[in-house]
Design a protein around this ligand. Structure first.
Ligand SMILES: O=C(O)CCC(=O)C(=O)O
Ligand SMILES: [Fe+2]
Length: 261
């Protein structure tokens, strides 16, 4: 008798894969080891030329970074420090493959990172409205098929309540798709679709509180947004960039695109 077995070596369990399908997102722990995440956090502080234990150094933003003052967010594009690239572990790549139902060998690794480090502000915390990704006017990305299948955010600090956790609307990808399909010409571009998302009833949002090394995966047309960090410590977040031809469909800067597995 042939006892050959089909491999069931998933890195994500069934509940995680189902949550991604049903809710449109998954916050996953354990795909980046503590030691790799810790080294990456250290490198992130070095990149910003700041001391994590000395808040006085946090207002000296290097001129090599972009600084959006209203949200106190520090943005770098196209950084290739090995310790930051090391977070694109084979487990991360495998989980990505599982969520989009592709063989792992079909997924290429990313080449650089982009940061969205959110420093504390003195403001009143409030729920944001949802957005979808792919909306900058200069790129005018098409809504369908969309510039990406899956997006992911990597957290390099522990996030406390009101400390800049990403806000998500479970199941919003279905409602946003319905809106897009209701008027295909009007909503041909994500830029235009995004403008009408705040008026939708997407249900109750959730403030995610990720830990260092956690990865938030979400689908095309998933409603989410950043939130204010009114706590004491910075929220460190990176996304992966790539410069290969395939990733050009989700262009971000002159040199870089978002990594689009
Ligand atoms: O800052 C966050 O928590 C979310 C960032 C975000 O929405 C994005 O990078 O598209
Ligand atoms: Fe986003």
């Amino acid at each position: 008798m042939n006892t050959e077995q089909v491999s069931t070596d998933y890195i994500l369990n069934e509940q995680q894969r189902t949550q991604y399908e049903v809710d449109g997102y998954l916050l996953a722990s354990g795909l980046i080891s503590d030691i790799v995440a810790e080294k990456a956090e250290k490198s992130m502080w070095e990149l910003m030329e700041m001391d994590p234990d000395n808040p006085q150094t946090w207002s000296n933003i290097p001129t090599s970074a972009n600084h959006e003052k209203s949200r106190n967010i520090v943005i770098y594009n196209g950084i290739q420090m090995p310790e930051l690239l090391a977070c694109a572990t084979s487990e991360y790549i495998q989980a990505t493959a599982e969520l989009i139902n592709l063989p792992i060998n079909d997924i290429h690794p990313p080449q650089a990172i982009h940061t969205q480090n959110l420093f504390p502000v003195k403001k009143t915390w409030q729920w944001p409205t949802a957005h979808v990704d792919g909306i900058p006017k200069e790129h005018m990305h098409l809504t369908f098929p969309g510039p990406y299948r899956i997006a992911s955010l990597v957290f390099l600090s522990d996030v406390e309540k009101f400390g800049g956790g990403t806000i998500v609307w479970p199941g919003s990808h279905h409602k946003i798709r319905q809106l897009a399909e209701s008027a295909p010409e009007k909503y041909a571009h994500l830029y235009d679709l995004n403008k009408d998302i705040p008026a939708l009833d997407l249900g109750d949002p959730i403030e995610l509180l990720p830990k260092r090394g956690d990865i938030l995966f979400f689908q095309h047309l998933f409603g989410h947004n950043g939130s204010l960090n009114i706590n004491q410590s910075p929220r460190l977040l990176m996304r992966y960039f790539c410069a290969c031809n395939e990733c050009k469909r989700w262009k971000k800067t002159d040199e870089w695109s978002h990594w689009t597995p």
